[in-house]
Design a protein around this ligand. Structure first.
Ligand code: HGY
Ligand code: MN
Ligand code: MN
Length: 409
């Protein structure tokens, strides 16, 4: 270690943060953005930032900033997110926020005197698990969010995002001012668990991220006619659930053929009675690829298949896109910087692409952005058994500290 990162304290923080969760029969961490448990976790995090001597700022979309304001602007910023997927893990996003906090603690303990301000940020609703707007806080901050579309989005309780912002004491119009903050940022660093099997399989403790895949995601809805399950003959039914089921299999089969990653994580049939032929069936579709043209071609061909399925089943269909995010190359100089630290300490590492989306995607088109990965046990993430060893967590925080120190010399 180059800086006195406290592995036990970081592990303890990760364990404590994991405790802020809604109960779930599936176990794991369920901390949807805007939920009670989420704001309890934010309050705990704000205390940790203050304890570390940072000035805390909560912006209009609830990004939490902890600022070491000794140096000049533009600042060196490190962070990630603390919202989770349902029944997710304790490390996704949280390691990036708590690792950045631990890096700042270590720099202060080592007597570092930054020439630049050093900030840690916890971005709001990276997962989009509440309002279906992934990278919400970071995209709002850089001015990439369609504010009209986002304001009207409703969560499972029917509350709009604008109402959720107002409930926290901010006016939606304040979001239009957020992008001016990007000028105060000189570089953005994000430590994250790999969430895949590559580093563990290669026996490597560190990955330096070269670029992040693109993704397009939305909701597909098939509409037919509700009717009685017992009296309606099989021929002539307009069963929306059958259309959706055929479409989900078609999405998977075509993805395998095109080398795309496609996933349906949410599925619903309406009105939802077991003795009622569903008049509507909706499913989420998350699709990803390293390059945009093959992804766009896949979606175009898939929509043709949806059309055929709908005609065949006597249904109509609709695709409402939630986001269409381009692939993002990360800053080559920051990749070299991370690599040089690993080489200087004979830490084996490899450059790699991120199959997961991250807030760095929103920042990278505007400021130099770099990402570091540490291994996920058995490559598992977005699940209760998500795990990264305390040694790997501390190593990531140490490399983050070295980068923050170098960039604020
Ligand atoms: O879905 C993702 O790739 C990220 O975990 N939000
Ligand atoms: Mn995630
Ligand atoms: Mn994440």
């Amino acid at each position: 270690m180059e800086y006195p990162v406290d592995a036990a304290r970081l592990e303890g923080d990760l364990r404590t943060l994991a405790g802020f969760s809604a109960p779930s029969t599936l176990g794991g961490v369920t901390r949807r953005a805007w939920s009670e448990e989420f704001f309890a976790a934010q309050a705990w995090l704000i205390e940790r930032f203050e304890e570390a001597g940072l000035a805390v700022h909560v912006d209009a979309v609830n990004n939490i900033w902890g600022r070491w304001e000794e140096g000049s602007l533009p600042a060196v910023v490190a962070g990630s997110h603390i919202d989770s997927v349902p029944s997710g893990g304790a490390y996704d996003g949280c390691l990036g926020v708590l690792g950045a906090l631990e890096a700042i603690r270590a720099l202060r303990a080592a007597g570092h005197r930054p020439s630049r301000q050093l900030w840690v940020v916890a971005w709001m609703e990276e997962e989009g698990s509440n309002f279906g707007t992934a990278l919400l806080g970071s995209r709002a901050f850089v001015g990439d969010l369609d504010l009209d579309d986002a304001a009207a989005r409703r969560d499972l309780t029917g509350r709009t995002l604008a109402e959720a912002v107002a409930a926290r004491g901010h006016d939606w119009s304040e979001l239009a001012d957020l992008p001016s903050g990007v000028d105060d940022i000189g570089s953005y660093l994000e430590l994250h668990i790999e969430q895949g099997p590559i580093l563990e399989a290669a026996g490597l403790p560190v990955g330096v991220v070269t670029d992040i895949v693109c993704f397009r995601a939305g909701t597909v809805t098939f509409t037919g006619v509700s009717n009685h399950a017992g009296t309606t003959p099989m021929e002539g039914r307009r069963d929306a659930a059958v259309g959706a089921a055929r479409a989900i299999v078609a999405a998977r089969d075509l993805a395998v053929r095109h080398g795309i990653r496609a996933t349906t994580g949410r599925l619903s049939a309406t009105p939802g009675g077991s003795n009622v032929i569903p008049g509507a069936a909706a499913f989420s579709l998350d699709t990803r690829h390293r390059d945009k043209p093959p992804l766009d071609a896949y979606l175009a061909e898939l929509k043709d298949q949806f059309r055929i399925i709908a005609d065949d089943e006597g249904l109509t269909w609709d695709y409402s896109e939630s986001y269409d995010i381009d692939p993002v190359p990360l800053d080559p100089d920051l990749q070299k910087l991370f690599g040089s630290f690993c080489e200087a300490s004979s830490i084996p590492y490899q450059p790699m692409v991120s199959g997961a989306g991250h807030d760095a995607m929103a920042l990278a088109p505007r400021v130099p952005a770099g990402m570091l990965f540490v291994p996920s046990r058995a490559g598992v993430s977005h699940a209760p058994s998500e795990y990264t060893s305390p040694e790997h967590c501390a190593l990531g925080a140490d490399l983050l500290a070295r980068a923050m120190a170098r960039l604020s010399e």
